[in-house]
Design a protein around this ligand. Structure first.
Ligand code: RP5
Length: 159
C-alpha cells in the first residue's frame, strides 16, 4: 500500500472520504486509519515510525480544530504528508487550517484547502506524486484532468 489516509476521528471520515473517492476513481490503492495526535498518540508514533518500512509513499492526514496530526506525522516520518484541514463547527476550519499550515522550517506539510475540496485535492496530489514513477497511473490522471476540463461548459445557463 503506497497511500495512507489517516484522520483524527471518525467524525472526519465524511470529509476524508473525498480523498478516498478520487483514489478509487484513479484505481490507486490506499489504507484508511483513525490516528489521533491527542487521543491515540502511541498509534501516531507507531504509524510514523513504520511508514517508510511499510512502503508508504504519501500520507494524507486530515484533522480538525487543534489539528496536530499532520504536523506530528511529518515530524516522525520523511514520507510526504498532505494535510487536510477539516471544517469545524466553532471556527469553520480556520482553526484547523492555521494548525496545519504554519509548520516550522524543516518539517513541511503540504496543506490543502479546508474541507472536502481539500480532501479531494489531497487525493489528486497523492496520485500526482505516485504518477511520477507509474506511467499507467499518469495516463489515468491525465485523462481524469481532461475529463474534468471537458465537463466545464463554455457559457453559463439558467438550468
Ligand atoms: C480532532 O478533533 C479530529 O480530527 C476531529 O476533527 C475533531 C473532533 O473530533 P470528535 O470530537 O468529533 O471525535 O482531533
Amino acid at each position: 500500500m503506497k497511500v495512507g489516509i489517516i484522520m483524527g476521528s471518525q467524525s472526519d471520515w465524511p470529509t476524508m472520504k473525498a480523498a478516498a473517492e478520487v483514489l478509487d476513481a484513479l484505481d490507486v490503492e490506499y489504507e484508511t486509519k483513525i490516528v489521533s495526535a491527542h487521543r491515540t498518540p502511541d498509534r501516531l508514533w507507531d504509524y510514523g515510525k513504520t511508514a517508510v518500512d511499510r512502503g508508504l509513499h504519501v500520507i494524507i492526514a486530515g484533522a480538525g480544530g487543534a489539528a496536530h496530526l499532520p504536523g506530528m506525522m511529518a515530524s516522525k516520518t520523511r514520507v510526504p504528508v498532505v494535510g487536510v484541514p477539516v471544517q469545524t463547527k466553532a471556527l469553520s476550519g480556520v482553526d484547523s487550517l492555521y494548525s496545519i499550515v504554519q509548520m516550522p522550517k524543516g518539517f513541511p506539510v503540504a496543506t490543502m484547502a479546508i474541507g472536502a475540496a481539500g480532501a479531494a485535492n489531497a487525493g489528486l496530489m497523492a496520485a500526482g506524486i505516485l504518477a511520477l514513477n507509474d506511467p499507467e497511473l499518469a495516463q489515468r490522471l491525465d485523462q481524469w484532468r481532461a475529463d474534468l476540463s471537458a465537463s466545464i461548459p463554455n457559457e453559463p445557463s439558467d438550468d
